[in-house]
Write a protein that binds this ligand. Structure first.
Ligand SMILES: [Zn+2]
Length: 226
């Protein structure tokens, strides 16, 4: 209960110092929103897109799930929460960018990588959800042969690419992308270095968009993008 009380105190501060203040962004946002960008991020407690990208309310439309997965376009009777959020962002809000935001030390990706072992049946829903990335995991493990920090990083990045590819299976997304009306970005938050990286189609690699923390010293033999 103590943890929850802290959140209520936090809301009171938010109301007084942000929501109700003069020139608060909420003065224009109380009735509607017009975000330009959708962010698909992991549910991880450390990777709040609004915090790490310093966004104001109303700037980004966010959907978060374990391992920031975009499932393929499947217009069937299932309850497709992620697809519904994507449809609303693209069709109703008419966002001009979709960012798939992955991150280092992702517990979902680690579980996926280790799911061939004893963890296979540990969770009722998580394993089924992560199975959307089984092909990705198998390709990574074929290259790295074992589950290590390095192979997990490779899988985190490959998972972002897979989600970007799945976005293009939505016919109304691929149409807008081809018409130049919508851009899809694959970003990676490296919590070791404090850097943001972006997937470059030309080089097929993740390259830094920002410099690392001033205090960051890469461990010997680590690749920049890891
Ligand atoms: Zn994660």
């Amino acid at each position: 209960m103590r943890e929850v009380c802290k959140f209520i105190t936090g809301f009171n501060s938010f109301r007084d110092e942000y929501f109700c203040r003069e020139n608060s962004p909420f003065q224009k946002l109380r009735k509607s929103q017009t975000p330009t960008t959708m962010v698909i991020a992991c549910s991880d407690s450390r990777t709040d897109p609004s915090l790490i990208m310093q966004c104001e309310p109303g700037e980004i439309f966010v959907v978060r799930n374990i391992a920031n997965i975009v499932p393929p376009y499947e217009p069937d009777a299932g309850y497709h929460g992620v697809s519904a959020a994507i449809e609303y962002a693209v069709k109703a809000l008419k966002v001009r960018n979709i960012i798939v935001l992955g991150h280092s030390s992702c517990g979902g990706i680690r579980a996926l990588m280790e799911s061939k072992s004893e963890q296979e049946h540990k969770h009722e829903f998580v394993n089924k959800w992560l199975s959307a990335l089984h092909q990705v995991r198998d390709k990574v493990l074929a290259h790295f042969t074992s589950v290590t920090d390095k192979s997990c990083i490779a899988c985190e990045m490959a998972g972002i690419l897979h989600s970007m590819e799945n976005l293009m299976t939505f016919p109304w997304i691929s149409k807008q992308v081809k018409a130049g009306e919508l851009d899809i970005h694959g970003w990676y938050f490296n919590m070791e270095s404090g850097q943001l990286l972006s997937y470059l189609h030309q080089t097929k690699t993740f390259e830094p968009l920002t410099s690392p923390c001033a205090q960051y010293e890469p461990a010997p033999n680590t690749v920049d993008q890891a």
